[in-house]
Design a binder for this molecule. Structure first.
Ligand code: SAM
Length: 270
């Protein structure tokens, strides 16, 4: 196992970040992929997280079977609660590096916001291509944080993203993976590659509410998400500066920030 792979840890964790993931749907985040799906297809959702996209895939291909896999037992426990009456959907733990399926098994594989968290995206994509039938489609969507745009400029907000990106890289991932996605898919033998882009923006009101924890001195969630560092919170002078910076940002009625560009790539196995 490579050094980077052995350090691999999922940066966002399974607590507060999962709340954002639970808003995701196949119709919205998966639109670039589901337009290639038909009823009866057998689909894998790799790194399915809490499963909100996966259930949408199951409804689109019904009666075709859909499997969601994820390394996180906590994510799979949440996903299992969504199955309801569906007979064509199951979730299981497993890694994209060693998919527990035979060669040429699926008509389609979605890998949504996962490749930027793995240390060896090329190995992961080769494994995805292995389980795909000839003629099958892969949809990959990965973030690229290189498009961060903060209005008005705020050092504290910029530091939050620097901290996050630093933690992300230490955990073996690449917060700038999006731009590499198409070439990784090409190298794994996929063809007819097409990439589209979507901008992710932060909701200023949600962030204003989240800042309240900082103003109240409750740093736990911010530390656990990698937005603040232990060095910062143990230094009162630094925290005074962070708080006043965030207050100034939040007080601007026109404050906004673009967090990332998502790269959406589709490709087919020859
Ligand atoms: C940002 S979440 C995306 C979840 C879901 N696809 C979505 O968009 O809502 C990334 C997920 O990838 C999973 N993950 C990380 N490394 C993985 C691996 N090697 N194999 C399978 N899943 C992995 C994490 O556990 C996490 O649930």
């Amino acid at each position: 196992m490579s050094d980077r792979k052995s350090k691999e840890t999922y940066t966002h964790g399974y607590k507060s970040a999962v709340r954002n993931q639970q808003r995701r749907t196949a119709e919205d985040q998966g639109a670039f992929f589901i337009r290639h799906l038909r009823p009866g297809m057998k689909i894998l959702d790799c790194g399915c997280g809490p499963g909100t996209i996966t259930v949408g895939l199951a409804d689109v291909v019904d009666p075709g079977q859909v499997v969601g896999i994820d390394t996180g037992q906590e994510a799979i426990d949440l996903a299992n609660k969504l199955i309801g009456e569906r007979k064509n959907l199951k979730f299981q733990t497993g890694s994209v590096y060693e998919l527990p399926f035979p060669d040429n098994h699926f008509d389609g594989v979605l890998i949504h916001k996962v490749l930027e968290h793995v240390a060896e995206p090329e190995t992961a994509m080769m494994e995805v291509a292995r389980v795909l039938k000839p003629g099958g489609v892969v949809g990959a969507r990965s973030t690229d944080q290189g498009a961060l745009n903060i209005v008005p400029w705020s050092e504290a907000i910029n530091d939050i993203f620097d901290n996050l990106q630093d933690r992300w890289e230490k955990n073996g991932g690449n917060p700038f993976f999006g731009r590499l996605q198409q070439s990784v898919m090409r190298k794994s033998g996929l063809e007819r590659l097409e990439t589209s882009h979507r901008v992710e923006t932060a909701n200023p009101d949600e962030w204003r509410r989240a800042f309240e924890n900082i103003w109240n001195g409750d740093y736990e969630e911010w530390l656990s998400r990698g937005f603040l560092t232990e060095d910062q919170v143990s230094d009162p002078a630094q925290m005074t500066k962070v708080k006043s910076d965030l207050k100034a940002f939040a007080a601007d009625p026109d404050c906004s920030f673009v967090t990332s560009v998502d790269y959406e790539t589709t490709g087919w196995k020859p």
